[in-house]
Design a protein around this ligand. Sequence first.
Ligand SMILES: *Cc1c(COP(=O)(O)O)cnc(C)c1O
Length: 370
Amino acid sequence: MTQNAVGVEFAQRLTENPTTAERRAAILEDPGFGNYFTDHTAVIDWSIDAEGRGGWHQARIEPYGPIAMDPAAAVLHYGQEIFEGLKAYRHADGSVWTFRAEANAHRFNRSAQRLALPELPPELFVESLRQLVSVDRDWVPSGDGEALYLRPFMIATEAFLGVRPAREVSYRVIASPAGNYFGGALKPVSIWLSEHYARAGHGGTGEAKCGGNYAASLAAQLEAEANGCKQVLFLDPYNDNAVEELGGMNIFFVFTDGRVVTPALNGNILRGVTRDSVLQLASDRGLSVEERKITIDEWRASVADGTLAEVFACGTAAVITPIGELKTAEGSLVSPAAGPDSVAMSIREQLLGIQTGAVEDLHGWLTRLA
Ligand SMILES: *Cc1c(COP(=O)(O)O)cnc(C)c1O
């Protein structure tokens, strides 16, 4: 048992077959994204007692491995699931830090409300990361742009086929060493305009970080790949084809007069922590930032009249990635190349610098994990 600030004890059962240092070094050489997992996992269970009160219990660290689950578990049938994604960064002195974890904890609880799952106290969320990273700290890479990706998630484990919120739930965290999300050196990506599929609709789950949104985006993703693109852009066809976001990243536009624009949160769009950080860092620089509706017609017009300077996507996994081209069935919209002085590249540098401890953390965004 290890005691901690939240007063919840995490039982510790460590693996009897830890990855050897040689094997780990070989993995960290070129981790890619989401391919390898550390030796342990953090778990906390939730259930409703006889009096109808829900509670979290049995917080623990255990060896990474398959989850034994009843085939009738609700998550397997009705998709009652949410997740988060954030990273642990190694600083030059060897310490390990995470970025705006409280924001992820709060977003996790908003997702939980939408999917009728129990909320997890934010301090317990952060503590679960600290517990896992403490036992698996050797897995945090130190290479340029590398980090340990943390994936907290919550699933409905109750064996019951009736349709209602599950009374047994499991919260877990797994961790995966991560390099460059798109692989290779950073270069502008081409994205595909989805005109037949939406990932979210009004009143739906677009603002929740749930697996179902990703399942809904995959057919569009296949269409994108068939057209040589790695990501999909979704519009809101019921709102003048307003730009929403990519399958897993928010989108930004920079105009030649210096305005930085991103679609306003409208219930369909995921409330990205990177999105919020970019808005903050851009306004710190004195740039004028706008969260508003931006339509595909405005995008087309600003390419045509030369007032669009940059388009970029952002999210924890890929940080900031310039968008070189929007491909559509009717032709493509090309953005100017993003040089090192572009807003995209210079905010990317600053953000990575804050995360890895090389640039001052003026907003108090970092929390030490190990
Ligand atoms: C996670 C996610 C993002 C990015 O959010 P960050 O907090 O910046 O990582 C954007 N869009 C969708 C659909 C997402 O799931």
